[in-house]
Ligand binder design. Sequence first.
Ligand code: HSE
Length: 304
Amino acid sequence: MSKVTVRVPGTTANCGPGFDAIGMACTIYNNLELALSPEGQTTIEIYGEGNSQIPNDDRNIALQAVKMVLDYHHIQDRGIHICLTNTIPLARGLGSSAAAIVAGLVAANAATGNRLSKQILLDMATTIEGHPDNVAPAIYGGICLSVMHSTGTKCLSFLPPKGLRLVVAVPEFTLSTKVSRQVLPKTVPLKDAVFNVSRSALLVGALAKGELSYMKYALEDKLHQPYRQKLIPGMEAVFEAAEREGALGVTISGAGPSLIAYTTVNDHAIGQAMVAAFENHSSKAAYHVLEIDTVGAEVIELIP
Ligand code: HSE
């Protein structure tokens, strides 16, 4: 029997204007242990975040990811045991599903001789998730710029500027990505597209050059956040609270409902102000001070 343990970071996608394109890995992690035996049943154990909500049968996306790698190598009839230990909150916009998919792919790849490149794993992960902006940083770490192309997903990753931290306010209520995408329009005005293209470009430049004073302008968005605001009570107040305490800017994290402030100062004052603003709108919340993970998915134990 082979046994592999992997650690995969949570992620924050979109980063304001970069809808379905820009994502960052965050220093919050899920672990997945995979044991493959020549024969036997499939079993899944789940501890920590989401343990009572995540399915432990064929609907489990970590299992689907493991099977995608095994099928690729025409490996059948294996006993598969998966143990998930989660700290990434579920359905809050911090990439818990991307982490599960990437964990399953990376663990199965390590258990089968590491024959698949990160590019192939990225293509597989994007196929399961439907968009690349969470799965890419979960694989590569750092800040990832992703493009879906007819020949596969292309991703350019780079390290974060020094001193940039992420204060994430996580409300108790959940929001599924499906619901959060249903409120988006099918088409947008050209001027809104231009608004986002210009800010996405500025955001990438500001992050790559460490010119963080531009973040204030670069994090604005007109493609998704205005439509999602109705799903996140108090969103505007939380943004204002974080900015009042010195944040460089604030966005929805992924599809929400968590809200994320980018800062170099006052981490805890920002977090407390964001939580208080959520609570003024009847939503209990907690905050985490995170950094940008620079490693991505990692095999932390391999017993062949
Ligand atoms: N880009 C995605 C969205 C991220 O905003 O819907 C959530 O998975």
